[in-house]
Design a protein around this ligand. Structure first.
Ligand SMILES: C[S@@+](CC[C@H](N)C(=O)[O-])C[C@H]1O[C@@H](n2cnc3c(N)ncnc32)[C@H](O)[C@@H]1O
Length: 304
């Protein structure tokens, strides 16, 4: 078995042993909270996008709750892909119970999503803990690029590569009195092997083997470039939604990020997900003046 197959078995086992609280309130929250399963910055960004008439996908969609809540944005169709068959069955069941008929779920290894899904999506989403299950990010983003329409947008919200350097609670090196200490190399290529049960969502203490990969920021950036995906926004945050790293909030480390990238050249493609004409992924933040702009302003030159 390769690492993808062993991860499939481990994720299915974890989901079979999920904590009741992991899925119990999903329906209620889907019905009562718009974009219920996203953190505030991501929610903000998603609310500024116009999904009406668009086809959206989530890769590594887990039990489907995030994609189902994204459908609040008015997308015409949604498709969630995840390798774990029990999660996909659960996602279909949740969609049916929630009455969300325009959202489908399919069990595939992302790298093997069939060609019928190529050039189909205006938007592809990865959320926390999505991209680490792929050893070769270039292969992953090749599939993303193939599945996006020209001008389509990829959004990744994940934990920051910096987090890989920090000792987590439960590890011998972790010291709550010395939270500035980094212990792991940023450059390590050793896969992360875990048989500890995915305690954040399952009740297992000992589990089948999970294998994940620590990617540097440059790995992510270069894999996007290699596949014709132009970065349009990169935000870093001091908070994370990984329970283990919350102890580091406010210490000064970047703990999570949101990145958007567009298939093709942003200046040349007409398609946009953003609501106002001319508004791109810098959606609502004041733009800092470019160096040239600052010099012109200092010299009394008016800017267009
Ligand atoms: C940490 S979870 C993502 C959780 C998501 N952020 C959420 O909160 O719902 C990672 C997901 O990736 C899926 N996965 C791992 N390897 C995969 C692969 N090769 N292809 C598709 N899905 C995969 C797992 O089944 C799991 O649902």
């Amino acid at each position: 078995m390769n690492y993808i197959d062993t991860n499939k078995a481990a994720w299915e086992e974890a989901f079979d042993h999920r904590r009741p609280a992991w899925t119990d309130n999903t329906l209620l929250r889907l019905k009562s909270e718009p974009f219920a399963f996203f953190d505030s910055d991501l929610k903000d960004m998603l609310k500024h996008m116009d999904f009406h008439g668009k086809t959206v996908a989530q890769f590594c969609c887990h039990d489907g709750r995030e994609l189902l809540s994204l459908m609040d944005g008015g997308a015409a169709h949604g498709i969630g892909f995840d390798i774990a068959e029990n999660m996909i069955a659960h996602a279909r069941d949740t969609a049916e119970k929630a009455g969300i008929a325009n959202c489908a779920f399919h069990a595939y290894n992302i790298l093997e999503i069939p060609e019928q899904y190529h050039s189909q999506f205006d938007f592809i989403l990865f959320t926390i803990g999505g991209i680490i299950w792929f050893e070769d990010l270039s292969l992953l983003f090749k599939k993303v690029s193939n599945c996006l329409k020209d001008g389509g947008v990829l959004l990744i919200n994940d934990f920051h590569p910096m987090v890989n350097m920090l000792p987590l609670p439960g590890e011998p090196e972790y010291n709550p009195d010395d939270l500035h200490r980094v212990v792991h190399s940023y450059f390590t290529k050793t896969p992360w092997i875990d048989t500890g049960g995915m305690g954040y969502m399952s009740t297992l203490e000992k589990s089948k083997t999970f294998t994940s990969y620590r990617h540097k920021t440059s790995n992510i950036v270069n894999a996007l470039i290699e596949n014709g995906l132009t970065i349009t926004r990169f935000e870093e945050y001091e908070y994370d939604i990984m329970i283990e790293t919350q102890v580091y909030e406010g210490v000064g480390f970047p703990l999570s990020f949101i990145l958007t990238a567009r298939k093709g050249n942003t200046r040349l493609c007409g398609a946009t997900l953003f609501k106002k004409e001319g508004e791109d992924e810098g959606y609502c933040k004041p733009r800092p003046l470019s160096y040239r702009g600052c010099r012109q302003q200092a010299a009394g030159v008016s800017l267009p």
